[in-house]
Design a protein around this ligand. Structure first.
Ligand SMILES: Cc1ncc(C[n+]2csc(CCOP(=O)(O)OP(=O)(O)O)c2C)c(N)n1
Ligand code: SF4
Length: 286
């Protein structure tokens, strides 16, 4: 039976603030999975803590709401144990680029096959609007009342410099374009980072839907842009002024799991353990 959009709906309804950009991301995820005809039971969706993290409650697939900053290691374990699953991971910019940035660095190096969606609203949404690593310099918030002193993090350039094989940016306000990006990210063999501009309509009154509309342009419409050209991608990532949205970069490199010695073709979940004798091991502890 063909997979339909409604297969991904849940009975429970999201409790995000009306107008939150997370709605657009949720629609795009469901639509991308439908377009790719991936059955719900073949998807594992791991999330961080935050408003963004609640997404796994409202997409009808295997979901795991993990710890703040720790969604990537949990998802890595899922993929290593069952490589047949399509693994999606979601986090906010606080979880993904703040407390969890170390895990992102190593995930980029490892290139485990999964898609990492960062709901980049440039604030900590769930804890009421404090600045995050992607807040613009000068951004005033409860934790930066005189304006953010630090330069904001450039996740696109960071990912490229760490050997990323898929780097993209989308906008929650354009769910159609975001769906196309997510389809490519999910199909990509390796770690795909998709940063998504996601307006937090309650706490961020600067980086709004209108702001992102005015300050982005679509890379797909840029004549001559080659997403397989690292130099071009880095130039775009470092560009000052408007933000490019679309797939900045894609390349091929063996995944971590393919290179895992002895287990290159066997997921742990498929190992035949019936004949394994653990009595000697157990003897040590009895
Ligand atoms: C280890 C840990 N530190 C801090 C918190 C408190 N906390 C919960 S959500 C959150 C921030 C969420 O912001 P972000 O990751 O940007 O996601 P958003 O809510 O904006 O989607 C924080 C600091 C926590 N739950 N666990
Ligand atoms: S606080 Fe912001 S990010 Fe959280 S649900 Fe409301 S609008 Fe969305």
């Amino acid at each position: 039976m063909p997979v339909e959009l409604k297969d991904f709906h849940t009975v429970a309804r999201p409790d995000w603030c009306p107008g939150c950009g997370d709605f657009g991301i949720q629609v795009a995820v469901k639509q991308a999975l439908t377009n790719l005809q991936i059955e719900p039971h073949k998807v594992a969706y791991v999330s961080d803590i935050g408003c963004s993290g609640k997404i796994v409650h409202w997409v009808n697939v295997y979901g795991l709401h993990s710890l703040h900053g720790r969604a990537v290691p949990v998802a890595s374990g899922v993929k290593m144990a069952n490589r047949d699953l399509t693994v999606l991971v979601d986090a906010g910019d606080g979880g993904g680029y703040g407390i969890g940035v170390g895990h992102l660095v190593h995930a980029l190096r490892r290139n485990i096959d999964m898609t990492y969606l960062i709901h980049d609203n440039m604030v900590y949404g769930l804890t009421k609007g404090q600045m995050t690593p992607t807040s613009c310099k000068g951004y005033k918030s409860p934790s930066s009342p005189f304006g953010a002193i630090e330069e904001s993090l450039n996740p696109m350039a960071m990912a490229l410099s760490l050997g990323a094989t898929f780097v993209a940016r989308g906008s929650a306000g354009d769910a159609v374009h975001l769906t196309r990006i997510l389809e490519e990210a999910i199909k990509h063999k390796g770690f795909a980072l998709v940063d998504i501009f996601q307006p937090c309509v309650t706490f961020n009154k600067i980086n709004t839907y209108a702001y992102f509309l005015q300050n982005t342009y679509n890379l797909d419409k840029l004549e001559g842009y080659d997403r397989h050209n690292f130099q071009m991608a880095m130039e775009k990532a470092l560009e000052v002024g408007k933000y490019p949205v679309g797939i900045l970069y894609q390349s091929e490199r063996p995944t971590y799991e393919e290179q895992d010695p002895g287990r290159a073709h066997v997921a742990a979940v498929n190992l035949d353990i019936d004949e394994v004798d653990i009595s000697a091991l157990m003897g040590k502890y009895c």
